[in-house]
Design a binder for this molecule. Sequence first.
Ligand SMILES: [Zn+2]
Length: 500
Amino acid sequence: MRVYQFRHQRAGRSVAVVNVGDDEGALRNGGRGGARCGRVLRGRPRGPDPPPARRHEERPGGRPLRRRESEGIGVRVLVDGAWGFAGDRRLDEAGARDAASRASAFARAAPSRDGRQLTPIEAQQGRYQTQVERDPFDVPLSEKIDLCLRAEEGMRQPKIKVTQAMVRAQREEKVLVSSEGSSIEQALVECGGGIDAYAADGDQLQVRSYPSQHSGASGQGGWEYVESLGLDREAPRVGEQAVALLTADDCPPGRMTVVIDSEQMALQVHESVGHPTELDRVYGTEAAYAGTSFLKAGDLGSLRYGSDLMNITADSTTPGGLGTFGFDDEAVPARREAIVESGVLSGFLTSRETAAKLGAGHGGSMRAEGWSRMPLVRMTNLHLEPNEGTLEDLLTDVDDGLFLETNKSWSIDDKRLNFQFGTQIAWEIKKGKLGRMLRDATYTGSTPVFWGSMDAVGGQESWVLYGLTNCGKGQPGQSAHVSHGAAPARFRDVQVGVKS
Ligand SMILES: [Zn+2]
């Protein structure tokens, strides 16, 4: 795996450039795990940084340019009902044998021997690669820097204190072979970018970002994805809104109708549907770091998650999604399946083990951050399916409410039941029209009650796919790249304006 990231940040008159990496080698043949059910997962995830290729130190203390690249073998074994995992940096037979030997030793030493079963699959043979129009690693560095400089310059305003623009790219090449007979090669390419403007005046600090505050947005594909974001095109609006927020009124507390933009809806889906439907959390095997879930296995098919308009789909075939692949890390082919249908829980995100335990599902959500980590149940692409109407249509039926845009903060309990979100910007809705701008808006709710209050979801034309690169889970921690598609949605009788 190789990772490229360029960030241009300006604070006053100083400049820092960080994280540029670009190097590559080919994967070579590897071995097999030797246990009853062994898997070899090889890839190029992040690893230690080689010496900086280039340094840009206009700002005292500025971070150097960095490369992030690694390669290795991970072996996962199931021995007498216990999992074992080990990795090795050597991409040769000796490395594979040593890793398999250590993984088997770990499994034999594990106290848990509860006869784990896996859903059966046929041996898979296949290749998958991201369709790329313009390879991001072929785009000249100068072009990437120029784009960031233009976007960053476009946000400048007198009260803007810090601006930053970032672009990134990643290539992951991995081979999965298993003692079940599967042999799969995949090459996944993703790119992304984003801009942020921080305005300050007196004791006020406000931020506006595009497409999101969390490392922008990313998609699987070539450099054409970054170009499609139009970072430089959006920059003046982002800067102007950050300054306008300095003098905007505070969001007042109250219960009212809210219309939430697609970006915040993506995070709402992620936190209050994605994580609680991960079946390992439901079974309590991911409790320590990520928390568990308010859902129980027996809720499948009966729990009322939200209103009839709530349709959530897990789809690892979505074009451009960060969770798109040919096969997951257990060799399960990509698929599309319903998680919530017409407001009722109809599926979980599963591994082959948890699906077998549940007696439903097929696996298909198992992914590892890289070769040195065990795969976990992760979101792939989890979408709120569109319904109908434009944003204006959603506003029309609101006499008195709020339109909330772009996530700024989030807080949710470890069962994913009670939450509070803050957005960067909000507008009053009065008699179906947007009114004055408001700052520091928050809304709070309880997951099924909140989703039950959803009475409108925008149509396909307002449905946007957002890719996040910071979903944390596991010990040691793993960061998953996942996408969510969502349209703006409307919720009735929501508590807003609570200051934490
Ligand atoms: Zn997450």
